[in-house]
Design a protein. Structure first.
Length: 728
């Protein structure tokens, strides 16, 4: 069986457009073929096409499980009519603004078969047609350009061998002069248009004949490498590594790379410093990341230099207040930490599950309130903020919302000139806070406030650059309170016990679902075959867990997986689980994804206008094909999406472990296989286990589990924050 599709060509008349996305030009349409007059469905990216036009399409046939045979578009061209009669009909159709029936007749009478060529290449000759003056000629000329610029750009991008889905964004940015602008400097697209990366621009540049050592290209390569390392979590990169990567990946001579690093440094785009390890190596920062890292260090040192007024409250009164307001008796470890916290300007509280971090947060909030202090509670994500609100029974916000982030301008309203109104600020899940966010947070904190960071440094680090919480602890500049005692109730939880065993590199206590009739919280199901892992997960979600544990498959069970691709990646698992968990009919298909009412979905990027944040999970409550929108129920709040915004959501029956940070789910299922080898790390396994509140089930092999337990050396992030805090 041939795994590759057979490429073929279709030619015919565009009968109608069923669906078109204005954002990316994804189109579903009906084409009447020239050879057989059959009506076929065509799908793919097309711009500036109208019913009534003749198209020549390159593509391949594929079979959709619901809609049957479809022709997937790879490239296309509009076949303009060549005969006089065809041209007359084309112009009479109203496709070109300013040309009606009588005008079309006069133009064709004047220019014959060359009419369309005259409009495109010699528009000044339109004045030869009776009834066309300069204004009318300009109108027709501009209308022709507007109508054909998208098609021309699409064909230009196709000839460059790059994605045509960016056509609409390019047109919005550069207008009718888009091809000319791109041809002069392809690399300007990287900064001008969000989403267009270096490889897109470089592919165009190479097709246009740009030399590999051309300075503009070299600078773009350097910035690309800097942004890549930031996306991987590093704050800086060694200069020698930049030179090596430019040589190996982009075939640029070392001397040329060094010259352009100096050029970018002189222009203020990069910062070059000596390496913090004491060697002669040079390290390079993007200017904005360097500003954030140095800003955290300087601001934190300034905060710590401000004396703390004694609170006038002793351990006895603290215990009394907590007992009275929360009906909680603090342990000596918690009481000592709380008493010490009141006498410091900034502190860190860290510890694993079941060690009382939540109790301590509630107690701190209670004591500060009793002292008449204004306490501000915040967390990095919407889910973590909601959880913080639930456990403290006090209002908590996302850090972005607390800082008044303006999504239109990309700026924070709160800063050193307009600080937060807080005597104390508690940040939960602080391990998730990256360098940029911590900089803006600490910049907006009044010098008279108390900063309390609460987090578990054994979890996965922040998605953004840096390892801020760990670096702060490493610096020893800030008092750190390690909560180590596991409370009796937590000690009885197999999830918490096994989480701590994993944290220490010990194998968790493994129990099979068949071991006994009594229910437990933690199970391991041995399975060596990936496809059988998938079928086991389906069985767990549809039958075993709902029947034995009484959990709702959609709301209570969350499948976590280390990766997106492959048989046990999020993409395949979501498709499989959607099919078995949601019997509702298909309502909308877009960008290769299918969404139905009742689907469990995740929001993928912060949208401050909608007040929905990266990682928020909801249920699709309705889909309206006529109005082209759908509604999602997020924790009882309905949020509407236009069909053009579908790239902001994805199915969430299965999500990555990284996306689960800051959340807690009644039941967690984790496939763990050797196919995940690159991502099998102890902190990833630990993070996944600690997401489960009442039930955790691992499905896979003991070999994969042991690989993860032994791998306690995740890639070290390059960061200078600890050094700056210790030495500046």
């Amino acid at each position: 069986m041939n795994k590759f599709p057979t490429i073929t060509f279709l030619e015919g008349l565009l009968e109608r457009i069923t669906y078109s996305n204005a954002e990316n030009h994804y189109t579903i349409a009906k084409l009447k073929t020239s050879k057989t007059n059959n009506i076929v469905t065509i799908i793919g990216t097309m711009a500036a096409v109208n019913p009534g036009q003749n198209l020549k399409i390159k593509g391949a046939w594929e079979t959709h499980p619901r809609y049957g045979q479809q022709f997937k578009i790879m490239s296309y061209e509009v076949v303009l009519p060549a005969t006089i009669d065809g041209i007359r009909k084309y112009l009479k159709s109203g496709i070109i603004k300013g040309i009606g029936t009588s005008m079309a007749n006069r133009m064709v009478s004047c220019f014959g078969a060359k009419t369309l060529e005259i409009i495109e290449k010699n528009p000044e000759r339109l004045l030869e047609v009776k009834g066309i003056g300069k204004a009318k000629a300009a109108l027709i000329c501009n209308a022709w350009k507007d109508h054909h610029v998208a098609r021309s750009l699409m064909q230009f991008l196709q000839s460059m061998g790059v994605q045509t889905s960016y056509c609409a964004k390019i047109l919005r940015e550069y207008g009718t002069d888009a091809i000319n602008v791109i041809s002069k400097d392809p690399f300007r697209m990287i900064t001008d248009i969000p989403g267009i990366g270096f490889y897109f621009a470089d592919t165009v540049a190479q097709k246009l004949g740009t030399e590999k050592d051309q300075p503009r290209r070299v600078r773009a390569c350097i910035i690309h490498i800097m942004q890549e390392v930031a996306n991987q979590g590093d704050v800086f990169v060694y200069q020698d590594q930049i030179v090596e990567r430019c040589k190996n990946l982009f075939h640029i001579k070392p001397g040329v790379t060094l010259n352009e690093i100096d050029t970018l440094f002189a222009a203020g785009g990069l910062v070059i410093e000596n390496a913090p390890d004491g060697t002669d190596s040079k390290i390079v920062y993007l200017k904005e990341i360097h500003q954030a890292e140095t800003g955290i260090a300087n601001r934190l040192r300034a905060l710590l230099s401000v004396p703390v007024t004694p609170p006038g409250i002793d351990a006895e009164r603290i215990s009394r207040e907590v007992q009275k307001k929360l009906a909680i008796t603090l342990s000596s470890e918690q009481l000592n930490a709380l008493e010490e916290i009141l006498s410091h300007r900034a502190v860190i509280i860290t510890g694993g599950p079941g060690t009382g971090k939540t109790t301590l947060i509630r107690s701190i909030t209670t004591v500060f309130s009793a002292l008449g202090k204004n306490v501000l509670l915040a967390a990095p994500t919407g889910r973590a903020a909601r959880r913080l609100s639930e456990i403290t029974r006090s209002k908590a916000k996302t850090i972005h919302k607390a800082l008044g982030f303006n999504f239109k301008e990309g700026l924070f309203q709160k800063n050193q000139d307009n600080p937060l109104d807080a005597d104390a600020m508690i940040i939960d899940e602080a391990s998730m806070v990256d360098t940029f966010l911590m900089y803006h947070l600490i910049k907006a904190l009044p010098m008279t406030s108390v900063l309390i960071l609460v987090g578990d440094i054994f979890q996965l680090p922040s998605v953004g650059p840096g390892n801020v919480l760990s670096d702060m602890i490493k610096s020893t500049l800030i008092p750190v309170f390690y909560l180590k005692k596991i409370f009796r109730q937590a000690h009885e939880s197999p999830i918490i016990v096994n989480a701590h065993r994993v944290r220490q590199g010990e194998s968790p206590v493994l129990k099979s679902l068949d071991d006994s009739d009594s229910l437990s919280e933690f199970y391991f199901l041995e399975q060596n075959d990936q496809k059988k892992v998938v079928s086991t997960i389906v069985e767990l979600c549809t039958k075993t867990i709902p029947e034995r544990f009484n959990f709702d498959p959609a709301y209570d069970i969350q499948v976590l997986t280390p990766m997106h691709k492959g048989v046990i990646g999020t993409t395949n698992l979501n498709q499989v689980l959607q099919k078995v968990l949601n019997p509702n009919p298909v309502m909308i298909e877009t960008m290769g994804s299918t969404f139905k009412t009742g689907d469990k979905i995740m929001h993928l990027k912060n949208n401050y206008q909608k007040e929905v944040f990266n990682g928020d999970i909801g249920i699709i409550s309705s889909i309206d094909r006529k109005e082209k929108d759908l509604s999602v129920d997020y924790y009882g709040r309905i949020v509407n999406y236009d069909f053009d915004e579908m790239d902001e959501i994805s199915l969430a029956y299965a999500i990555s472990v990284h996306k689960s940070q800051g959340s807690e789910y009644p039941a967690v299922i984790l496939p763990i296989m050797t196919q995940h080898f690159v991502l099998l790390q102890r902190n990833l396994l630990y993070t996944a286990i600690t997401r489960g509140k009442n039930l955790v089930i691992l499905v896979g092999t003991k070999k994969a589990l042991n690989i993860a337990l032994r791998n306690n050396k995740p890639t070290k992030r390059l960061s200078g924050l600890a050094f700056r805090l210790m030495h500046n």
